[in-house]
Design a protein around this ligand. Structure first.
Ligand SMILES: [Zn+2]
Length: 278
């Protein structure tokens, strides 16, 4: 039976989105066909759409995607944890995929640097299998992708950002090696900053300080684990460094994480840190 699915396509940066139909074929060996239930608009989707970063066109944006397995190709039966995969399972999957052996992935634990790496939401829509982005009815999960079955207690809204926003901050907080009792400063309280506050707490930070210029974000950050929030527009750089250091006894924060996307604040963050801070 031949069928089609809809995809929201853009032909070039800033061009209007169009809904187009493409053929949906059976999943081949090593592939999983998913019916998409939710996709976010990640900030990087906006950067792609506005032409600030290269992205193949015409294409389908969206890489924070979850969906329900519609069909499983030959050779796939388990997810990354070893749980059995079945039609009807709700899954998330890695944003990028690279098939075959990879020196960087296998030896250096840098899967994101594997040669031939491709990303969902960053591929041409005109070529088979067409559906490789979130703004569509379907997505093919291709060989070399890590798939994870989602637990029922996570809502779609909670689960959808796991493979990009949450994964980014899990990685950043691991790299920062946050330990029990430490003080962590988060510069920028967008989605990444909110996760940064919550994950720092979960990793044992005794104190989390959030910095931003938007009052509603400062309020929200308190619900994500920030003890102290500071509006950076209300004080000079010197006063900000002084205030943060005073709130982080005995000699400044152990960790500063920058997720506001403004490189100039990195130097300010370094000024706040205690000796040997990360
Ligand atoms: Zn993203």
């Amino acid at each position: 039976m031949s069928r089609t699915g809809r995809a929201v396509v853009y032909d070039a940066p800033n061009a209007p989105f169009e809904v187009r139909e493409y053929p949906v074929r059976d999943a081949r060996a090593g592939e999983v066909l998913v019916r998409i239930t939710m996709s976010t608009i990640c900030r990087s989707d906006i950067h792609s759409y506005e032409g600030h970063r290269p992205n193949p066109c015409p294409g389908i944006l969206g890489h924070e995607i979850i969906g329900v397995i519609e069909q499983i190709g030959a050779g796939i039966d388990k997810d990354l944890r070893g749980d059995t995969l079945a039609v009807g399972d709700r899954v998330t999957w890695t944003e990028y995929f690279a098939d075959g052996p990879s020196y960087y992935r296998d030896v250096h634990d840098m899967p994101h640097k594997a040669p031939g790496l491709r990303k969902y939401g960053h591929d041409l829509v005109e070529e088979d299998p067409h559906f490789l982005g979130g703004f569509a009815d379907y997505c093919y999960i291709l060989p070399g992708t890590g798939i994870l079955k989602l637990p029922a207690e996570l809502s779609d809204e909670e689960a959808t950002p796991l493979n990009c926003g949450v994964a980014t901050m899990i990685s950043a907080t691991e790299a920062a090696d946050i330990r029990m009792g430490e003080t962590v400063v988060v510069q920028g309280l967008g989605l990444l900053g909110m996760y940064g506050c919550a994950i720092a707490r979960a990793r044992g930070a005794a104190r989390v300080i959030g910095l931003d210029a938007v009052p509603s974000r400062l309020e929200l950050a308190k619900r994500f684990g920030a003890d102290l929030v500071l509006d950076v527009t209300t004080m000079s750089e010197d006063a900000l460094v002084e205030t943060v250091r005073k709130a982080s006894p005995p000699d400044g924060p152990d960790v500063v994480i920058e997720v506001c996307g403004n490189p100039s604040v990195v130097a300010v963050g370094v000024r706040m840190l205690r000796v040997g801070g990360r």
